[in-house]
Design a protein around this ligand. Structure first.
Ligand code: ADP
Ligand code: MG
Length: 253
């Protein structure tokens, strides 16, 4: 039996992870027969903003509830495990064939480790109920390193046309060799004005190259006006996502 697909979008900050995740969500919504879990794993909550979905409760809220239950000794370990699954199901926000989960943002720096552990458990238990799970990861290698992405089957690395962006993508791949059980990995280069230059940069890396997303005024307009990416009309970046991820075969197996 093949596992259900779990896709994580990873890369340096500001390269377009959230934009790519939002455009991909827009495409996945067209296929109403497929149940999709969308996870905003970045405490900066960009994906929720792009899709105009603002969950009343986040994984961080569940973390706080569990902590207070444990403090009050109100639950034993077994109850706790069952109630985590239940609580995660309960906080999903549904839109047609999509269910949306947001990690939230802890108040104190020291809580990130706990939150990442809970997020990993949530991803692993919830994803089995869906045909496909899409995760918009936090920038950089941290969540990969902390094995939050352990169960990811398709690791999608995004970079802009800078050497820095590509280096971060390569270092995520290095960490993922140990920390992620991925079946497929690929690089998308975003905000491209010169496809030949972007291709040359990508070919200088060791990463399998899936293609480019052009710099797109429609994306910029939606960003400026806080438009809902679930409703973005056909535009060059959206069509390029289809090409890079579906026509390339990346997501078809
Ligand atoms: N293809 C694109 N065309 C135009 N603007 C883009 C494109 N991709 C991303 N952007 C803009 O770049 C900025 C950063 O993108 P974002 O997706 O938030 O990056 P990340 O999630 O990696 O931090 C946003 O303002 C976004 O609108
Ligand atoms: Mg983002």
């Amino acid at each position: 039996m093949t596992r259900s697909k779990v896709i994580a979008v990873c890369g340096k900050g500001g390269v377009g992870k959230t934009t790519l995740a939002a455009l991909l969500t827009r495409i996945l919504r067209e296929d109403g027969g497929r149940r999709v879990l969308v996870v905003d794993a970045d405490p900066a909550v960009g994906l929720g903003m792009a899709l105009r979905i603002f969950p009343p409760k986040t994984v961080n809220d569940v973390r706080k509830e569990i902590l207070s239950a444990v403090r009050e000794h109100a639950t034993d370990q077994l109850d706790l495990a069952a109630s985590v699954d239940y609580k995660m199901m309960e906080i999903l926000v549904e839109r047609d064939n999509l269910a949306f989960l947001s990690v939230g943002r802890p108040e104190e720096e020291g809580c990130y480790c706990q939150l990442n552990t809970l997020l990993r458990e949530a991803i692993e238990s919830l994803s089995s109920h869906f045909d496909l799970t899409l995760i918009d990861a936090e920038a950089g290698v941290e969540q990969v390193n902390r094995r939050v992405m352990r169960s990811v089957s398709h690791l999608l690395l995004v970079s802009d046309v800078t050497v820095k962006g590509l280096r971060v993508a390569e270092s995520i791949r290095e960490v993922a060799e140990e920390a992620v059980e991925y079946r497929k990995l690929g690089l998308v280069v975003n905000r491209v004005r010169d496809t030949i230059e972007a291709r040359r940069l990508a070919e200088n890396t060791s990463l399998p190259f899936l293609g480019v997303l052009p710099e797109d005024d429609m994306v910029r307009e939606f960003d400026v006006a806080a438009g809902n990416f679930l409703e973005i009309p056909s535009c060059p970046a959206l069509e390029a996502v289809r090409e890079c991820l579906f026509e390339s075969g990346f997501l078809s197996s």
